[in-house]
Write a protein that binds this ligand. Structure first.
Ligand code: PSU
Ligand code: MN
Length: 312
């Protein structure tokens, strides 16, 4: 580890990431739960590496976040990334799990909420994922609402996503984002994307048509002192790249039936439904998932670049 690596107790920021943040150069955080728990092995490690390459090719520095042997790492190195993608005991860590996991010296993948928290603490302003967690369809009975929403309401970061996962109650999730004052911008659209689908069926009040327009919104928020909560930039798959909506609805219906029958609860729900979709669509949803995270990583890099140019 060289002298530049920034070390706080139990948190390590990779040296090049700390240097780029200090110099105001563009950095994009990536999360590890989508790699460790959202995508099937063994292809998941290739996707993790590819996302980093996409960010690099677009001119920003990637920093994948995760927990390795009880240390929270902002900017996993190649071996650490492989360890979280392929390890036998990699926990799924939301914000509330970080304390116990660090105390126990565990390995774990960070969710949108915990990645946003760790990235923002390290001074990173941009983050790409697939789809946010949100309010589940059974929430009236189960009270299952992703901790991502609460974390985003209290974390200063811009998150690029393809909306929220289509396994969720999208309308209820948008209502909660409104209640928690999370700004949502459609990227070149006023329709909220539906993760595997281009359009969730819900309208948005605001959109931005370029990285510079997003930067203008961030600057306005900063001037108002509103920068303590997240901005969600919702980036839809183009219609030609989405999953067939009829296939999506049919397979999701079956998956929800199996979820109820199987008694799956808590943080196992989202990985279960994603895997059921990937199996039930013969891999078509997996291909769409990989396409959308790649696009989000690329857009997040463009946003980070526009922001650092604006400030220079
Ligand atoms: N995006 C994807 N695949 C995923 C996720 C996002 O394309 O698996 C993960 C994120 O880490 C998000 C988590 O935080 O799903 C939501 O889990 P839950 O619903 O249990 O909060
Ligand atoms: Mn949940």
């Amino acid at each position: 580890m060289d002298a530049l690596t920034s070390r706080e107790p139990r948190v390590r920021t990779r040296a090049d990431v700390a240097a780029a943040v200090a110099a105001g150069r563009p950095v994009v955080a990536l999360e590890s739960t989508l790699i460790a728990h959202g995508l099937p092995r063994p292809g998941n490690l290739d996707v993790a590496r590819e996302l980093e390459s996409v960010v690099t090719a677009a001119g920003a520095l990637p920093a994948t976040v995760g927990v390795v042997g009880g240390t929270a790492v902002v900017g996993l190195d190649g071996d650490e990334l492989a360890r979280l993608a392929t390890g036998a005991e990699v926990a799924k860590l939301g914000v509330r799990d970080l304390g116990p996991a660090l105390a126990a010296g565990r390995d774990g993948a960070t969710t949108v909420g915990s990645t946003a928290l760790l990235a923002a603490r390290a001074g990173i302003g941009f983050f790409a994922t697939g789809g946010l967690g949100g309010v589940h369809r059974e929430a009236r009975e189960t009270w299952d609402e992703s901790a991502d929403l609460d974390a985003l309401a209290g974390t200063a970061i811009t998150v690029v996503c393809a909306g929220v996962k289509s396994i969720l109650d999208v309308g209820a999730t948008l209502e909660r984002l409104e209640s928690r004052n999370v700004t949502v911008l459609g990227y070149r659209t006023r329709r909220f994307p539906g993760f595997y689908l281009t359009d969730s069926g819900h309208a948005l009040d605001w959109s931005a048509d370029s990285p510079e327009e997003v930067a203008e919104v961030l600057a306005a928020r900063a001037d108002l002192g509103l920068a303590a909560s997240a901005v969600v930039v919702a980036n839809p798959l183009p219609p030609a790249e989405q999953l067939d909506p009829a296939l999506h609805d049919r397979v999701l219906g079956e998956a929800l039936t199996r979820l109820r029958a199987g008694g799956v609860t808590g943080k196992a729900v989202t990985p279960f439904l994603l895997a059921a979709l990937h199996d039930g669509t013969g891999g078509a949803s997996l291909a769409a998932n990989i396409r959308l995270v790649r696009r989000n990583a690329e857009l997040a890099a463009h946003l980070a670049l526009a922001w650092s140019q604006r400030r220079a």
